[in-house]
Design a protein around this ligand. Sequence first.
Ligand SMILES: Cc1cc2nc3c(=O)[nH]c(=O)nc-3n(C[C@H](O)[C@H](O)[C@H](O)COP(=O)(O)OP(=O)(O)OC[C@H]3O[C@@H](n4cnc5c(N)ncnc54)[C@H](O)[C@@H]3O)c2cc1C
Length: 443
Amino acid sequence: MTAATVTTTPDRARTEARPARGGLLVVGGGFAGASLARMAGREGATIVSPENFMLYTPLLPDVAAGTVEPRHVVMPLRQMCPHADLILGAAGSLDEEARVLTVVTDTGTVDVSYDRLVLAPGVGARALPIPGLAEHAVGFKNIEDAVHLRNTVLHRLDQADAAAPGDRDRHLTFVFVGGGYAGVEAVAQLHELVQHALRSYPRLKGAPQRWILADAAPRILASVPGNLGAYAARQLERRGIEIHTDARLLSAEDGRAVFSDGTDIATETLVWSAGVAPSGLGAALGLPVDEIGRIRVDEHLRVEGRERIHALGDAARVPNAATPDAFDPPTCQHALRQARCLARNMTRERRGKAPKPYAFKTLGQMALLGRHSAIADVAGIHLRGIPAWLMARTYHLNRLPLRRRRLRVAADWFVSEVFPWDITQLGSLGHPRPLGGSPNRTT
Ligand SMILES: Cc1cc2nc3c(=O)[nH]c(=O)nc-3n(C[C@H](O)[C@H](O)[C@H](O)COP(=O)(O)OP(=O)(O)OC[C@H]3O[C@@H](n4cnc5c(N)ncnc54)[C@H](O)[C@@H]3O)c2cc1C
């Protein structure tokens, strides 16, 4: 895919442009975009997406651990949004005057005309200019990352198994950078996977392992209430996972991860989940963006100064009438509610009614800490351990958009409770995938 460019003058016969179904053109088939297209129902929509599925990201740690099959956490867009057309590709350039978006596909470009354009291209991994990071770190943003991370971790066990006892340590040292939800859940679940897998590696019985979770902030899970964050940290430490806070990664070269707190670790596995960067699409299309590249929208999710262009989800800076002091954080809950607000306002508009401003108070937050352990803050009620774990599992099962996927995920969880964990490696082994190799095709 090519970089997005701005086009201000129509250079081709726009009569050739294919009209978006129902006039609604949605860029991005993630939480926000796919939810909006689904909610548009029979009115129809055209979705532009590089993938033909919506990824349910909260279950990526389960995919990495192998407790859920990769295909079960993705929703085919054509089935999830049966009244929408799908164009597999990436937004290329925009002619605002003619209301035509040029989409770059594998087989060439397609011009699509719209009555309303909704941009929901999400974010990509934020690879900071840290020496060695892009070359050696494993990302954790999309389905390929999750599968790759699982393969990498299992591959390390085989490498350690084959190595002389004095050379095992670096293969059995796993460093995770980023103590947000994704990092905490990933380290917890992969640690558990390795403990199960090691039962099949008698040569590694008793071999020392090292697991490190590092974050530049003073504590992990900075956005959850302090007592829950402290509980999560204690749980991880009890399992032998070292937590390094106030520790910024300085370099990742020559098989060593070096941090600002002086920690210097020999490791073959560095997992990077320290933040994301908004898609560059807004800026590339010449739309107003904030200092970190999020598209600026008003209280009706309209791009500032544009009547018929909206932006939603992680890629947008969304004001929320229920939290006047803060813009929305990048979460699925918020992306979904923004989509719902816009869908309702589109219906109101069709009925000649004025749109309502977006307002949503978060329902709560939860983080899975592996099997039978989690934390949850639900409407101010704090849960820990098994109750929180049951709550998180039930919540995610309910939130999965397709019933058949819910059944498959429930079956996967049941099987992982009853049978030994699957430790097969499929696909690529042990080599880093470039960070930012997420399917954000805009920059
Ligand atoms: C590992 C992980 C775990 C997470 N866990 C949770 C959780 O437990 N709870 C929670 O609330 N949030 C969680 N999140 C955050 C959540 O995934 C995001 O907030 C949510 O996906 C945002 O939705 P979105 O539609 O804005 O972006 P996305 O869901 O990322 O979708 C964006 C889509 O746009 C496509 N796209 C990009 N560029 C273009 C282009 N130029 N043209 C066309 N399409 C394009 C992308 O391919 C993608 O399909 C997690 C995120 C990760 C990475």
